[in-house]
Each structure stands twice: as structure tokens, then as C-alpha cells.
Design a protein around this ligand. Structure first.
Ligand code: ADP
Length: 394
């Protein structure tokens, strides 16, 4: 059984083709800079990687290109050979979990276009295109919110008029579900204790912490939307909504304009005034740029804030896991996050942290809490969920 997993960003389309008989990745590829005059495209089959420049004016063209590549490379006899296409979907009004894509699901996603503006519009476009072009291939949406259905009410409700939550779904839904689910499963397996308490730190373009007990999400730093919690690459993170009228008066901007600033020109980018990429910000901080240093300090402080909260929530932790582009690659961030926590039983080995590559344990010999770096595998989780969904629907 072959399943294609699609991961869409506002200007990117990444995919992996799985053979589910042994969960092997047959091919992977991406189209980047969709919408610009020249889009970059790559496809990798086995060790062979091919790069090219294409014109992909929208996600629909990118998806068509991907199916063409996979048939050209003989990974698929025809697109119809696909048992299903699974999407790492983000958010839909009133819908979570794993769903066969139909008009109800699409409309529920469209209803939250402004809640997840970087993700929902391109997903809906691609799903509608595929439903039209290859109607015989089942499309499955595995929502990022699904893993967080186990969050207890105390961690799920905002202190707002109760009917906003119950009638309109204004709650902490939580996101990054595929990544935190992967970490929950993998860390529980490595620790060898099904009841393990784990704090998963997914730090990347989007960042969130998740408190996990016995494989189940207990809290996530992302809330009603994927804009909140920790500061992200260009999105604000936690923010006091009562600042909004003050900003409107001071800048003369409208609410949609300010929301656009908070969703696109804030986070690391907004604070550093340099870049939305931590590598650039770290480099600038090293050369003495005060704004870059502040941006890093704010991100570290925010991670430590949630780390402290989740250690209390879980009553300690068996393991703290770092994943995502920043969590997996930035030794300085991991060291800063774990600084001076020995009194809590959290001791990082500076040497192990500096030399770690791939999945690795980085705690010092005296640490009570295991510290891990784990490359996440969101696509594998979505492939499994897609397989199970279509099996359940037969
Ligand atoms: P996304 O959340 O968009 O999936 P990733 O998890 O791939 O993103 O994380 C991408 C981010 O990871 C980059 O924007 C960059 O900030 C950070 N990153 C990647 N490699 C490094 C590195 N070697 N050092 C520091 N940060 C890195």
C-alpha cells in the first residue's frame, strides 16, 4: 500500500511517498517558493537527488508536478496507485482527529482561514484540486489538534464567558500534534515505561512545548490558534489582547493590519529586526547585536516558562526531549534552556550536547531527568493515521 503524505506551507509543498508494508520512504520531494517567478523543486528517490527550477504559480500546480515526478521516476505506475493522500492539516471549525476529506471538512477548514492563515488556504486549494483531478484517491486530513483531545478541561479552557467555549469552540486546541505524538511514542519506547512523563519541546519555525503522560497530551503551549504560546519565527506567541486598542490608536492601523503584523512580522523576526531564522539571529547576537540577543533571550525565557509549568503539571518528568529545526540543531539554545536547572534534577552534559548528531541522549551522569534530542517524524505519523483511517472506512 502506497501513501503520499503532503505537508504544505504558505509557499511550499513537501511530500513523502511511503510503502506501508514496511513504512519505507520510497521518495521525498518539495516545491519551494510557490508563487514566485522561479520555484525550486527537488525529488529524491533512494540516494538520487534531482533539483530543478520550475514555474509553480500556486499549490495546485505544485501538487500536479509532484504526481508527475513520482510517475516519471517509476515510484508510481500511475497516480491511481496511491491508496490515499494524507495531509498534515492544521485546524478546522468544530472538527479534529483524522477525517476523510469531504465538503464538510473543507468548509470547516475554510471557516478558520483567518485563524491559521499560513496553512488552511493552501491546504484547501490543494485538496479541492486533488478531489477534482484524482477523485478515486481518498484524501485524509490528520489534524494537528487531534493529539491534544486528551488535554483535561483545566488546561483546555480560557477564563472567558463559558458559552464562547461551548458554542463557538474558543478553547486551547493545541497544535504540532503529529510531532508531539511521534515524540510521545518514541520517548516512551526508549524510556521503557508506558506511564512515562515527557516534556516534548518542538522548537522550529513554529514552536511549542507539550506535557505528555502515559503517551497522552496533558497540555500544549499553542492555544486556539497556532499563533500563540512561545514566540515563533515570525509569529507573536503569547500576547495581551488588551494591547490591541492601544496599538490601533498609536499606529492608525486597522485590526486586520495589526493581526497581520502579529502573524507575519513578529516573533524572532520582529524582535531581532534581522531575520526569522534562528541561525541568522544567533550569528548577529555573536557579533554583539543587542536586538538579536534580546530575541534569543525572550525565546529562551518563554521555553523555560512553559518547562517550569509543565514540570509542576506532571509532577516532574522522566525525560525532556528537543526536536524541530531549532531543537535538533541548536546546541546553544538547548544549553541556554537547561541552564542552572541542576537543583531540579535537570543537568545537561555540555560535551554530549555539543557533539550530538541525530537521535542522542545529552544528559549528564548525575541528571535525574533524561535529556534527549529526537528528530521528529511527523510524516510517518500522518502516513499511519491515513492508513488506519482508510482501513476503518472500508
Ligand atoms: P518548521 O516549523 O517550519 O517545520 P523546522 O522545524 O524545520 O521548521 O525549523 C526551521 C528552523 O530551524 C529555521 O528557521 C531555523 O531557525 C532553525 N534551524 C535550523 N537549523 C539550525 C541550526 N543549525 N542552528 C540554529 N537554528 C537552526
Amino acid at each position: 500500500m502506497k501513501i503520499l503524505v503532503a505537508n504544505l506551507g504558505s509557499t511550499s509543498f513537501k511530500y513523502r511517498l511511503f510503502d506501508m508494508s514496511d513504512e519505507r520512504v520510497l521518495a521525498r520531494g518539495s516545491v519551494e517558493r510557490i508563487g514566485s517567478p522561479e520555484s525550486k523543486c527537488f525529488v529524491q528517490v533512494g540516494g538520487q537527488r534531482e533539483e530543478s527550477t520550475v514555474i509553480a504559480k500556486d499549490h495546485a500546480v505544485a501538487v500536479r508536478l509532484c504526481l508527475q515526478q513520482l510517475t516519471d521516476k517509476k515510484c508510481l505506475a500511475t497516480p491511481k496507485e496511491l491508496a490515499a493522500i494524507g495531509f498534515k492539516a492544521v485546524h478546522a471549525k468544530g472538527i479534529t482527529g483524522v477525517q476523510r476529506v469531504n465538503e464538510t471538512v473543507l468548509q470547516a477548514m475554510e471557516a478558520y482561514n483567518d485563524v491559521a492563515p499560513a496553512h488552511n488556504p493552501p491546504y484547501v486549494t490543494a485538496m479541492r484540486l486533488l478531489a477534482k483531478e484524482v477523485p478515486e484517491i481518498p484524501l485524509v486530513a490528520a489534524f494537528e489538534t487531534g493529539f491534544h483531545e486528551t488535554i483535561p478541561p483545566a488546561n483546555k479552557y480560557y477564563a472567558i464567558p463559558r458559552e464562547w467555549a461551548d458554542k463557538h469552540g474558543i478553547k486551547r486546541w493545541g497544535f504540532h500534534g503529529a510531532s508531539h505524538r511521534y515524540i510521545a511514542e518514541r520517548a516512551t519506547q526508549l524510556i521503557g515505561n508506558p506511564d512515562a512523563k515527557i516534556i516534548s519541546c518542538h522548537l522550529g519555525g513554529s514552536s511549542s512545548l507539550c506535557a505528555i503522560k502515559a503517551g497522552k497530551s496533558q497540555a500544549n503551549s499553542l492555544g486556539f490558534s497556532p499563533q500563540t504560546g512561545l514566540p515563533h519565527n515570525n509569529r507573536v506567541g503569547d500576547f495581551d489582547v488588551f494591547a490591541l486598542p492601544a496599538i490601533m490608536r498609536a499606529t492608525g492601523k486597522t485590526l486586520p493590519e495589526i493581526l497581520d503584523d502579529l502573524a507575519n512580522r513578529s516573533g524572532l523576526d520582529g524582535l531581532s529586526g534581522k531575520s526569522n531564522d534562528l541561525r541568522d539571529v544567533e550569528l548577529a547576537a555573536l557579533t554583539g547585536d543587542a536586538n538579536a540577543k534580546l530575541a534569543i533571550d525572550v525565546l529562551v525565557a518563554s521555553v523555560r516558562h512553559y518547562l517550569g509549568a509543565y514540570l509542576v503539571l506532571l509532577g516532574g518528568a522522566d525525560s525532556i526531549v528537543f526536536t524541530g529545526g531549532i531543537g535538533e540543531n541548536s546546541a546553544t539554545m538547548r544549553q541556554a534552556i537547561c541552564r542552572d536547572l541542576d537543583w531540579l534534577g535537570v543537568s545537561l552534559s555540555v560535551h554530549k550536547n555539543d557533539v550530538a548528531k541525530g537521535e542522542a541522549r545529552i544528559d549528564a551522569a548525575n541528571s535525574r531527568v533524561q535529556l534527549w534530542i529526537m528528530p521528529t517524524n511527523e510524516e510517518l505519523i500522518v502516513a499511519r493515521q491515513t492508513r488506519d483511517c482508510i482501513a476503518a472506512c472500508v
